[in-house]
Design a protein around this ligand. Sequence first.
Ligand code: ADE
Length: 242
Amino acid sequence: MKIDILTLFPNMLDGLLSESILKHARKKKLLTINVHNIRDEASDRHKMTDDRPYGGGPGMVMKIEPIYATLTKLGIKLNKRVAKTSLLNIDRKKTRIILMSPQGETFTQKKAAFLSKRKHLIFICGHYEGVDERVKKYLTTDTISIGDYVLTGGEIATAVVIDAVARMIKGVVGKEESLSTESFRNNIFDWPHYTRPQDFKGLKVPKVLLSGNHEKIATWRKDRALRNTLKRRPDLVNRHKK
Ligand code: ADE
């Protein structure tokens, strides 16, 4: 999968995308990630990427031109004028252009699975008061929020989405099994895990896990998974598919 990130703060993403599992995925060429500074494509003398909002009000708004120019530089096919409510001339099954914004659809495991099957993802990280509405309307296929809170910008949110998407790409996470049993795969939490020692300052590992009885262990795990989910996220249990 190829990923391009459009941002005004390229350094923010460096560490997050070059460690651990993502580092290995990039090394194995399962994932190519390139970060682009939107400012590089600002055409005016002052390299302006934002401007005051029409109609007045506080803050600055990110301009559409440098974003359009960066997408053009990446080889994304764009129409010169709006055709059919979009400036994009792309295969939406293969390529998704995603604006990160607190006003987007809430990111879920299901969306991560959907995105993990695409060839090319492009993230636009918003900043300041927002991004010119025409970017959202005419230059993107998706708008994603990672939750009901406002971050200083879309960079951390982009890293969150990339992390969740990358681990669903075949070959990125070591054991396929750790994907199939994990939290949220089936709208239900994972069961509790324990490892050595059996007794830590009097805190003991549940006996059933030491019994060697696989049937009993499986039943216990299913029961605990359901109980944990019911306690903390009852809304998920209703959506759980057996
Ligand atoms: N930018 C600012 N807040 C955000 C959020 N919650 N999700 C995605 N992008 C954002």
